[in-house]
Design a protein around this ligand. Structure first.
Ligand code: NAP
Length: 248
């Protein structure tokens, strides 16, 4: 089977770590990114230097038409997508609910929820066309914020991730009879650039001591769980969640 994995937001952070890990596991990797071409190219270069297969594709996944075109391009370049990691996500500056505008809340959903649906929709079509639908799988990257709530920082983001948890359950049930598995990881306090988007680059260090494990996590630790959920070793797991949040 020609395993083709698309990872959204794979130029940096958790997506970048997933790209490198899945390349080592033998996938043809598609590194999606929004704007940081040098970072995406670096991920691809690292993979190819180690003998893996990868290419980068710039697509803003909030643009439905562009997502459809991205999938068409992947299919014509390397064959149908058989595995999807819905990963790209953003934070807005920290604030409380009483200061949130409708514009901010809608942007949060547009950027963190709708693209997961649209990418899954397009991936499912290609999985069915791959001839190996029963070996196809999706992993959604949610967040521990979905059950912690994000109070005083970003309840909008937490609620968007809550939607991803529901999406995971619902989609897994829709696809279970075809043996397409849909699972979810919920990271918390991982060292990546996303905390700078929230206005606090050093957020992990400020809060890590509160965790039972008393440290922040790495993108590679999340990638390990994503790789397992996508793999045949997780063949009886669907609609389920792995929390990678240091014990919270
Ligand atoms: P990150 O380091 O900020 O990287 C974000 C990635 O998403 C980049 O590759 C970026 O592309 C891409 N991206 C953003 N918007 C996009 C769009 N519209 N279209 C295409 N690509 C887009 O983030 P991260 O921390 O690795 O987060 C990855 C996922 O994990 C997110 O869903 C996040 O909510 C979740 N998560 C993270 C943490 C944490 O502590 N880090 C905890 C829980 C959950 P460019 O490089 O081109 O900008």
């Amino acid at each position: 089977m020609n395993k083709v994995v698309l990872i959204t937001g794979a130029s940096r952070g958790i997506g970048g770590a997933c790209a490198k890990r899945l390349a080592r596991d033998g996938y043809q990797v598609v590194v999606n990114y929004k704007q940081n071409q040098p970072a995406a190219n670096q991920v691809v270069e690292e993979i190819t230097l180690q003998g893996g297969k990868a290419f980068a594709i710039q697509t803003d996944i909030t643009n439905e038409r562009a997502v459809v075109e991205m999938f068409e391009q992947i299919q014509s370049q390397v064959g149908p997508v058989t595995h999807l990691v819905n990963n790209a996500g953003v934070l807005s500056p920290q604030t409380r609910v009483e200061h949130m505008s409708a514009q901010r809340i809608n942007d949060m959903l547009t950027q963190n929820v709708t693209p997961y649906f649209i990418c899954a929709r397009e991936a499912i079509k290609q999985m069915r066309a791959s001839g190996h639908v029963e070996r196809c799988a999706i992993v959604n990257v949610s967040s521990a914020a979905s059950y912690l709530g994000g109070a005083n920082e970003y309840v909008d983001y937490a609620a968007a991730k809550g939607a991803i948890d529901s999406f995971t359950r619902g989609l897994s049930l829709e696809l279970a009879a075809e043996q397409i598995r849909v699972n979810c990881v919920r990271p918390g306090l991982i060292y990546t650039d996303i905390h700078a988007d929230g206005g606090e680059p050093n957020r992990v260090d400020r809060l890590a001591h509160n965790l039972p494990l008393q440290r922040g996590g790495t993108a590679e630790e999340v990638a390990n769980a994503v790789a397992w959920l996508l793999s045949e070793e997780a063949s009886f797991a669907t609609g389920t969640f792995i929390d990678l949040a240091g014990g919270k």
